[in-house]
Design a protein around this ligand. Structure first.
Ligand code: FCB
Length: 461
């Protein structure tokens, strides 16, 4: 990794293209709280977080950052941070508390108010329709393993995009469908906590189908807005130069990345994935599904945090993960910025992409305010800085990267980790709900203001 030192002649300054979008991201269940208010009914995360042993300390999103009540001051905070855009998600169980059927106007009103507040502050709203909080009523009928959930999603997308329309700059259908399918139905680490490969395969298919079905509906309701999807993608490196390790890394890329990318951009699953299905597990394809999945999108959102390093293991498609020495965050995630560059360049080479956003990138770290009320989160500052260096490099090589969203605006509910992992550029004291801008936040505000990485860089450690 290149660690840039301070240079007196501004030669390190990296200017980003005009109109580059600087934002931050959050998700409904992670920040809103107010889970029983104004007609909202439970989502799978309300159920899961209450299931003993599933979430660290039994933490729930009941209160979270109380953003439902504090959205005005949170938007003011974004303005103070010079953000040009805000990526948030809409809670399906607020809009359609039973998943389908009766619309809860009060739920829509909340996002209407939030959207207006953002527009008044000159901040572009980037709305994600699904960031994992499926109405529990739909899960009771099989959730994403049930094809009917894809139809329910289209109804929900229709209702939201009719109400918010073109006031939203950018609609994202799904955030990280890999996590919903694999962590939710395959590994049981996320809601709904199931562990069945057949369910994982069905969920994957129906999430992709729901995405493709919803895109034209959103376009019809919001013709000026862009529509896309956000995937969590990794770069994959072989542990050695051996052909076997190289193959393992490629298989890993196929199983985790191409399993979403190929249906969306090519209308097919990668062969590695189809070959890897356990005996008796089949993809529930119906005629026309792949045509629907490859409905053109306006952008691809990428959430990048880490790379994978793989070594070959006989009989294991995708090999085995190897942990290399390096800098690791409190999530035990390796800090590997060049992986973002590798990924961006590869994606741009392999798919017809016209616009890419980094919709999430950031570091956990549990720093707290010091005696002077300052939060010195040097690792986070370093992490974002180095990923921006790599983003800039990719742009120089022709990658159509149009924006970057720091995960996250503020510390929040980190799913199965509860409140024990902090990703914010703003610190949240959960007992008082006081927000404190961290050092990384002040620095990021300068980047957003100047549309450039300053000459002065931090090093780490
Ligand atoms: C991503 C999620 C986001 C947050 C970050 C750390 O996978 O989309 O909600 O949890 O990881």
């Amino acid at each position: 990794m290149t660690i840039t030192e301070q240079s007196p002649d501004q030669s390190n300054r990296l200017q980003f293209p005009a109109n580059f979008i600087w934002g931050s991201a959050t998700a409904a269940y992670q920040i809103e709280g107010a889970v029983n208010e104004d007609g909202r009914k439970p989502s799978i995360w309300d159920t899961f977080s209450r299931t003993p042993g599933k979430v660290l300390n039994g933490d729930t999103g009941d209160i979270a950052c109380d953003h439902y009540h504090r959205y005005r001051s949170d938007v003011a905070l974004m303005k103070q941070l010079n953000l040009g855009a805000y990526r948030f998600s809409i809670a399906w169980p607020r809009i359609l508390p039973d998943g389908r059927g009766a619309i809860n106007e009060k739920g829509l009103d909340f996002y209407d108010r939030l959207t207006d507040e953002l527009l008044q502050a000159g901040i572009k709203p980037y709305a994600t329709l699904y960031h994992w909080d499926l109405p529990q009523a739909l899960e009771d009928q099989g959730g994403w393993t049930n094809r009917a959930t894809a139809e329910a999603f289209v109804e929900y997308a229709d209702i939201v995009s009719r109400r918010l329309g073109d006031r939203i700059s950018s609609y994202t259908t799904f955030n990280e469908p890999w996590c919903s399918a694999v962590l939710g139905y395959g590994l049981g680490i996320h809601a709904p906590g199931l562990t069945d490969p057949a369910l994982q395969v069905a969920a994957t298919h129906h999430l992709l189908l729901a995405h493709g079905l919803a895109v034209p509906v959103i376009r019809r309701n919001a013709p000026q807005a862009e529509v896309g999807i956000t995937l969590n993608l990794w770069s994959f490196d072989p542990a050695s130069d051996s052909p076997a390790d190289r193959q393992a890394a490629e298989e890993g890329y196929d199983l985790d990345n191409r399993v979403y990318l190929d249906p969306i951009f090519r209308g097919e699953y990668p062969q590695t994935y189809l070959n890897s299905l356990p005996d008796g597990v089949t993809v529930p394809v119906q005629p026309g599904d792949f045509e629907i999945m490859k409905t053109p999108v306006d952008f691809l959102g990428i959430n990048y945090y880490i790379r994978h390093v793989r070594k070959a293991e006989p009989g294991v498609v995708g090999g085995e993960e190897v942990k290399l020495p390096g800098i690791y965050t409190t999530m035990d995630w390796e800090v590997y910025p060049p992986g973002l560059y590798d990924l961006l360049v590869r994606l741009n080479r392999e798919y017809p992409l016209t616009k890419i956003y980094v919709t999430e990138n950031g570091s956990s770290g549990e720093e707290a305010p010091d005696a002077n009320g300052k939060v010195h989160d040097r690792l986070r500052h370093f992490y974002i800085q180095e990923h921006l260096v790599q983003s800039h490099r990719a742009i120089q090589e022709g990658v159509p990267l149009a924006g970057y969203f720091a995960w996250s605006l503020m510390d929040n509910y980190e799913w199965a980790w509860g409140y024990t992992r902090r990703f914010g550029i703003v610190y949240v004291d959960y007992s008082t709900q006081q927000r404190t801008i961290k050092d990384s936040g002040f620095w990021y505000a300068g980047v957003a203001r100047d549309n450039a990485l300053p000459d002065t860089r931090v090093t780490y450690p």
